[in-house]
Design a protein. Structure first.
Length: 557
């Protein structure tokens, strides 16, 4: 009993010593201090009002003032999650069968999968627009000295935007400790790390006439922008420099960043960041309002309502369940139902088209990468058949004109399996089309839009699947256990050096790896392999990507 009392008193004493930041609208205290690494964690800081009731499916607004109590972020918050059945029921087994040349017999008919509602994480809530700030103690301590808060004493900031197919993920899914520690080597002070939540699935990515008439399409992009504006206004209170912000994300996170770079076609002024690191930027292109509206009406039908106004009046659990059901059962193979759509405002056209036109923020420093085998994770088992590519293309681009489809199937990616086109079987052929259309051609668009004055890389550690690089990005050298998903620790540390030095100095460098040069007129990128890291030719700089950039697969119906 005495021991318990002493521990309780010790915890209370420690909590009372944790620093407090006055944000104006609320007062927030750090929830913990990592004494081993000297890091303060300010967790679950509200950056927007709860997007519930009348604020559902709307752009975020400022939170109400709440200064009666000190907030410490002790209650975790994540946005409602969802996952397609193909990604959880069949895809892992198909990948194993493909790699080990084994037979595969499971049905690829999604409607045949038994749907059972997954239990939502207890942290799940629509009121999820929160962010975390992790800052080294020595950087934060400078904020106490008002004369020391000039820009020269403020640290660069890294803002992480998570991936998850635009339907899953949260700000706490990656531990930044290893990345921050790597940023403190040599004479460097380190970085201030921020991770933000944004709305997912139907809550954040509805599009179509019904939502633009009574709400906000792509509300999640507005969430991200709102959080980035919060960083610009408040990060100096934590020791961060608002003029030295780098945004970084993978997959849906990187795809979101590309939409932020091209936001409003560049007509609304500079982006609220100076640099960006885009890892495998991807999404399924959706232009047509009819397709967007069909998805919205499908969601309303599952809810058994007919209007957005009626959906706003439903209890949260009904919407969370409907979103999970729709994404699980209605997402075609390789798709997630939701993601960014062309809305005529925040997204006036596809980012690739905007980059081609010059309609984006040009005053940014860019680092961009892709994995060597992006598309395989999203490739249907039907691709083992000669007609598999045509079938999956129809689900990815339902309005593709017949002449364009024929050109893609017969000329760009013909059924020639001698390796001359980059594939030796029908599965790899389909995977390459998906890689180009959804992921790696986006990196080519970015490189050329910024006159090849970018830093480009390719992650090629086998099997180099989509998402495999994230464990390297967030490798924690002090975890005390064998790193999960990291085959080569030296490579992980070199990657972290590249990323953190780019955040701090605008140029990726590492004592463990070669000099990282700009993409340049010869289209060179840094190939990050298991045994070698070396520059090589960027194979995304090709006629296929120039073909896809004009969105020839789209035809208004």
């Amino acid at each position: 009993m005495v021991t318990v009392l002493l521990l309780t008193l010790a915890s209370a004493c420690l909590a009372s010593k944790l620093p407090v930041v006055d944000l104006g609208y609320e007062i927030h205290q750090a929830i913990s201090f990592n004494s081993s690494h000297g890091l303060y964690n300010f967790s679950n800081i509200r950056y927007a009002a709860p997007p519930v009731g009348d604020l559902r499916f709307q752009a975020p607004i400022l939170p109400k003032e709440n200064r009666e109590h000190i907030q410490n972020g002790s209650v975790g918050k994540i946005c409602p999650q969802a996952a397609p059945l193909w990604s959880t029921n069949v895809q892992p087994a198909f990948l194993l069968s493909y790699f080990y040349n084994q037979s595969f017999s499971q049905s690829t008919n999604i409607s045949s999968y038994g749907y059972k509602a997954a239990e939502q994480d207890p942290r799940t809530t629509e009121d999820c627009l929160f962010l975390d700030v992790v800052v080294p103690k020595d950087i934060f301590e400078r904020t106490k000295n008002k004369t020391a808060t000039s820009r020269k004493n403020l640290a660069p900031v890294l803002v992480w935007i998570y991936g998850g197919g635009y339907v899953g993920g949260d700000k706490s899914s990656s531990n930044p400790t290893g990345l921050i520690q790597r940023s403190r080597l040599g004479n460097n002070d380190g970085i201030v790390y921020v991770a933000l939540n944004y709305r997912l699935g139907a809550f954040g990515w509805l599009g179509g006439d019904s939502i633009t008439a009574n709400g906000t399409a792509n509300a999640a992009l507005h969430d991200q922008r709102f959080a980035l504006d919060w960083v610009y206004k408040n990060i100096h209170l934590f020791g961060g420099d608002a003029t030295r912000v780098t945004v970084m994300g993978e997959s849906a996170g990187a795809g979101s960043i590309l939409h932020q770079i091209t936001a409003y076609g560049g007509t609304r002024g500079a982006a609220p960041f100076k640099q960006a690191i885009l890892q495998s930027p991807g999404w399924v292109p959706v232009i047509g309002e009819e397709q967007q509206e069909d998805t919205l009406q499908q969601f309303l039908g599952i809810l058994n309502v007919s209007t957005i106004e009626q959906a706003r009046k439903l209890p949260s659990d009904k919407l969370i369940a409907a979103n999970a059901y729709q994404v699980a059962t209605k997402s075609q193979w390789g798709q997630f139902t939701y993601g960014p759509v062309v809305d005529g405002s925040f997204v006036p056209a596809l980012p690739g088209q905007l980059l081609l036109r010059g309609d984006f923020d040009h005053n940014l420093n860019i680092m961009v990468g892709h994995n060597a085998n992006e598309g395989l994770v999203f490739t249907s088992p039907d691709s083992v058949n000669s007609t598999g590519l045509e079938t999956q293309m129809k689900t990815l681009s339902p309005n593709i004109p017949a002449n364009v489809s024929d050109f893609v199937l017969d000329v760009l990616y013909p059924p020639v399996y001698n390796g001359s086109y980059g594939y030796t079987d029908s599965v790899a052929r389909t995977a390459l089309v998906i890689s180009d259309l959804i992921f790696q051609c986006n990196t080519d668009y970015i490189n050329r839009a910024f006159y090849n004055e970018t830093y480009a890389y390719k992650f090629s550690i086998p099997p180099a699947l989509h998402g495999q690089d994230v464990s390297y990005t967030f490798y924690n050298n002090g975890s005390g256990s064998s790193p999960s998903g990291v085959a080569n620790v030296t490579v992980a540390l070199a990657m972290q050096d590249y990323f953190t030095s780019f955040v701090q100095h605008g140029v990726p460098k590492s004592p463990l790896a070669p000099v990282f040069r700009e993409h340049g007129q010869h289209a060179r990128l840094m190939n990050i392999g298991n045994h070698t890291i070396q520059p090589t030719r960027d194979l995304t700089n090709n006629p296929r990507c120039r073909f896809w950039q004009n969105a020839p697969y789209y035809k208004e119906t």
